[in-house]
Design a protein around this ligand. Structure first.
Ligand SMILES: Nc1ncnc2c1ncn2[C@@H]1O[C@H](COP(=O)(O)OP(=O)(O)OP(=O)(O)O)[C@@H](O)[C@H]1O
Length: 715
């Protein structure tokens, strides 16, 4: 301010008239706006010209466009918004938003008598008290000015003391409002997170969402960032909508009372300001950019960037071995550049919208406020009937008017502040629509995938799927059934079950199998013929589109099937936690398994040296500490711990030396575990009694293995 006033003095000294400067400023603003409109058009035109003139230029533009579209395509694949049969819903202030918000509120406030309602109640109380305090402070300031005009020192000091006194509760209430807002946001977030986690782990949804459905690109981002932003924004919005509403209501009443005191028409002011505000709000609403869509798109791009980062972290070793940093860096850069582009787009749109907003709020409304405040004095009859010449009464009238003006001015400042906050809340609501759509959309997808309803972009009806999969409304229907037989029945049977991938590619049109305990089955065939897919179907991960799958009902503490992949998963925890996974220590204690038994299991898989080295209870990053072969042996140790009826072994010993592998197979058979093995190693043939051979074209044979055949393969 000091600098500005000095500058103003300097201008006065130079003799430049101030109106001229004001005109120059307005001219500069208009020029800036014209540039904003004209420059993009000029750039576009010049780009088109460049493309025509320079062949080099054409190449560059095409290449960057291609790269851009490649990233956009990857993003789209990830986001998979443009589903074939489901029109993507654009987030915005529409019926869908209110429906979704209602659902979310039901999750955040499940009961009328809940912790969240209590918080909301106290928060509302604080907001109302803050409004009353603001009005009281405005009135006190009016009274202070009145006593200054009257030169009444005693009263002035008394009111000033009151003014200081009110500062203590006022500042406490302010701080309390912020505190309660944060508590509310956290409470909402906790409810949403609990609900989301419950859904995410329902019916193997964490697998289904990313493998069988294409609507949610990166669930981790939605489960963490989006829920957090949504909860924070809705808690903030509650305060930033209700407080200005209370402010406006109570300030309006207070202003009407003051006008009444001045004996003027109490309706003209509110009517005038109401119409100006409504009209300007309508203009701003019409001209407002679609912030909901913009924010949602920004979140998508941000999510994609995070997805690439997490891919690099997960596959760091492979990328380092390949020396693939150039490709990864380029992908990261492209993803970041697309995010920046979207953010810049939002900033630019905001620049012009904020300018328009400020014009209405700072100038049009202030002008209306001035008219509104002056109306009761200019048109009111208070004081006009006082006798001429009576100096004491005219002095008192002047001080009354000054008090009215000061109070009204303060109240108007608060009111305009309230309207400004309401207006900016509109933008927040539109942005909230974007977050609501992402969080509610995630819940919707979770609910559907848990029921086996999937949507993938690549799903299509074709000649190949004809007669194998049934389609309804363009979506495949999983008509097959999983039948859990009584625990006494120990066989697994597949009756006319097709092996179909989540993309609806039919790998094997019809498979019939009857596996009894002790029937050790070897599964072979070329790459991609559906061997692992069969395991996915047996484990219930992939939907069954036809036929029936009969499996024994799982009995508590003894799983029917136990799957071991080529790259076993190492959980967070100690060595003991790795062996007993997915059991917990409590489960282990309940089953009565001791550390000595774990030690002998480790001996069976020749990993006793790890027990000697690290003990059972030290928490380590086992994924990095153990070698490939050690991890596979650890997975077999898990199998020995759980002792299931059937073991689904998917090349799970490919990195284990042949002698250790043979010992492990012998031990498994001795434990009474029936083996279903996918392998390319001939050394394993001798441990099996039956063979299932896929030809890679959809056909298969299932037969008993001849004794000489086992030997022949071994040779
Ligand atoms: N999640 C998935 N989504 C779509 N298609 C898949 C998915 N997983 C596998 N497929 C496809 O299903 C087919 C069978 O795959 P599967 O993993 O069963 O092969 P496999 O016989 O085990 O091969 P390999 O010997 O190489 O392990 C392949 O064409 C593969 O591309």
């Amino acid at each position: 301010m000091v600098v500005l006033s000095k500058l103003s003095d300097k201008i006065d000294q130079l003799g430049v008239p101030k109106p001229l400067i004001a005109h120059a400023l307005v001219g500069a603003a208009i020029m800036a706006w014209s540039l904003k409109v004209a420059v993009p058009i000029l750039i576009k035109n010049s780009k088109q010209k460049d493309e025509k003139v320079s062949s080099n230029g054409i190449l560059k533009t095409q290449v960057s466009d291609e790269e851009e579209s490649k990233v956009a395509e990857a993003e789209k694949l990830l986001v998979a918004q443009n589903l074939k049969n489901k029109k993507a819903k654009e987030p915005g202030l529409n019926k869908e938003f209110f429906k979704q918000l209602k659902e979310m509120i039901k999750i955040m406030i499940p009961r009328l008598a809940s912790y969240e309602t209590g918080l909301l109640g106290v928060h509302t109380l604080c907001l109302i008290s803050r409004t009353f305090l603001s009005i009281y402070v405005a009135q006190l300031e009016g009274t202070i000015v009145k006593y200054i005009v009257r030169k009444d020192v005693k009263q002035f000091c008394l009111v000033l003391l009151k003014w200081f006194g009110i500062a203590i509760p006022a500042t406490f209430v302010n701080s309390m409002i912020r505190f309660l807002e944060s508590k509310l946001a956290l409470a909402f977030r906790t409810r949403l997170v609990r609900h989301a986690y419950r859904l995410y782990f329902k019916n193997q949804n964490y697998y289904r969402v990313s493998n069988l459905d294409g609507r949610i690109e990166n669930a981790d981002h939605r489960l963490t960032e989006d829920i957090n932003v949504f909860a924070t924004s809705i808690a903030h919005l509650y305060g930033s909508v209700t407080k200005p509403c209370f402010d406006l209501m109570l300030i309006g009443l207070s202003l009407m009372r003051s006008s009444q005191k001045m004996e003027s028409n109490i309706f003209s002011g509110p009517l005038l300001s109401g119409s100006v505000i409504l009209l300007s709000a309508h203009i701003m609403r019409v001209l407002s950019p679609k912030f909901g869509q913009l924010v949602s798109e920004e979140a998508n791009r941000y999510g994609y960037l995070r997805h690439i980062h997490s891919r690099i972290i997960t596959n760091a070793e492979e990328i380092a071995f390949y020396g693939g940093h150039k490709v990864e860096l380029q992908q990261l850069r492209q993803a970041y550049n697309r995010l920046v582009k979207q953010m810049n787009n939002i900033f630019t749109q905001k620049l012009w919208f904020v300018m328009l907003e400020q014009f209405f709020m700072k100038y049009v409304w202030s002008g209306t406020g001035m008219v509104m405040v002056s109306l009761p004095i200019l048109t009111g009859s208070a004081g006009s009937s006082s006798k001429p010449g009576s100096s004491s009464s005219s002095e008192s009238m002047v001080s009354e008017r000054t008090q009215y003006l000061t109070t009204a001015r303060n109240l108007l400042i608060s009111a305009s502040d309230a309207i400004e906050r309401l207006m900016s809340s509109y933008k927040e609501i539109v942005a909230l629509a974007g977050y609501t759509s992402r969080v509610a959309g995630m819940f919707e997808v979770f609910e559907e995938t848990a029921q086996g309803i999937y949507s993938k972009t690549t799903v299509a009806k074709s000649n190949e799927t004809e007669g194998v999969i049934e389609f309804q409304n363009g979506l495949p229907v999983a008509k097959g059934r999983i039948i859990y037989a009584s625990p006494d029945s120990t066989s697994i049977s597949l009756r006319s079950v097709p092996v179909v991938t989540p993309n609806c590619d039919v790998v094997v049109p019809c498979l019939n199998l009857e596996i009894e305990p002790g029937m050790h089955l070897l599964i072979t065939g070329p790459n991609g013929c559906g061997k692992s897919s069969l395991f996915r179907i047996l484990s219930g991960l992939w939907p069954i589109y036809a036929g029936e799958l009969h499996i024994p009902k799982p009995v508590e503490d003894k799983p029917c099937m136990f799957y071991i992949p080529q790259r076993p998963y190492m959980s967070i925890g100690s060595l003991c936690d790795q062996i007993i996974y997915p059991d917990s220590r409590e489960d282990m204690a309940r089953k009565g398994i001791t550390q000595n038994e774990l030690r002998s299991i480790m001996k069976m898989v020749t990993l006793e040296h790890i027990v000697e080295r690290d003990g059972f209870d030290v928490v380590r990053d086992w994924k990095d500490i153990l070698s490939g072969g050690e991890k596979q042996r650890m997975a077999v140790a898990r199998l020995f711990y759980h002792k299931p009826k059937y073991a689904l072994l998917d090349e799970c010993t490919s990195a284990v030396s042949i002698d250790v592998e043979s010992n492990m197979y012998e031990s498994a058979k001795a434990m009474g575990i029936t083996l279903l093995t996918i392998t390319h190693r001939p050394t394993l043939w001798k441990f099996h009694t039956h063979i299932l051979e896929f030809d890679g074209l959809g056909a298969w044979t299932f037969r008993k293995m001849e004794a000489d055949e086992k030997q022949k393969k071994y040779d």
